[in-house]
Ligand binder design. Structure first.
Ligand code: IMP
Ligand code: MG
Length: 188
């Protein structure tokens, strides 16, 4: 599918995406994740959303953390490893840095997908080097079979099959982030 075709068709996204995780199952899982995380990390931790892909997940997750009794600070780190295609470049860069000091903080890094692991290795090292007391990782989706470097998340929303998925914050060439569910792009 060409970029132009996506642009023209983006309003009819529902018809070209096969649902993998429904909005209802995501809501249930994210709520449970809040409880799991609250049992393992300091109530006054710092949540760092790794953007762009995690913005929808993180917005739901922090409210689940609130329901679980947590009182986190929130910051945002924008990293890029993908161009506009579907293959990782492996070259991670900071597009926009956090603004808070992480020294001495228990940090929870939140990302959309753990795939090769390069993004999270980069982010974890960065926050550790800045003196965080601890760094935990929560990812919405884990494509475990695609790992290229040794790293695992402490908290995982769903195990994801080896398919390119969109929605719930995840994009293909900057589109589909608005879908309330996660689905696989039909490419015919
Ligand atoms: P990695 O773990 O460094 O390979 O990169 C993971 C990042 O690639 C994620 O944070 C996403 O932004 C992006 N990504 C990986 N798989 C997908 C996918 O299926 N859909 C959309 N973005 C993806
Ligand atoms: Mg990402």
């Amino acid at each position: 599918m060409s970029g132009a075709a996506i642009e023209a068709d983006s309003v009819s996204a529902r018809s070209e995406v096969d649902v993998l995780f429904s909005a209802e199952s995501i809501a249930q899982r994210v709520d449970a994740l809040g409880g799991e995380i609250a049992a393992h990390i300091d109530r006054n931790c710092m949540v760092i959303a790794v953007l762009k892909g995690s913005f929808v997940f993180c917005a739901d997750l922090i409210r689940a953390l609130h329901r679980a009794g947590m009182h986190p600070r929130i910051d945002f780190l924008t990293l890029s490893s993908y161009g506009t295609g579907t293959e990782s470049s492996g070259d991670v860069r900071i597009t926009r840095d956090i603004s808070d000091d992480v020294a001495g903080m228990d940090v929870l890094l939140v990302d959309d997908i753990l795939e090769s692991g390069r993004t999270m290795v980069f982010a974890k090292r960065l926050i550790e080097e800045r003196g965080a007391k601890s760094v935990s990782i929560c990812v919405f989706l884990d494509k475990a079979e695609k790992r290229k470097v040794a790293i695992e998340a402490d908290h995982v929303g769903f195990i994801c099959p080896d398919q390119f998925v969109v929605g719930y914050g995840l994009d293909y060439a900057h589109y589909y982030r608005e879908l309330p569910f996660v689905g696989v792009l039909r490419r015919d």
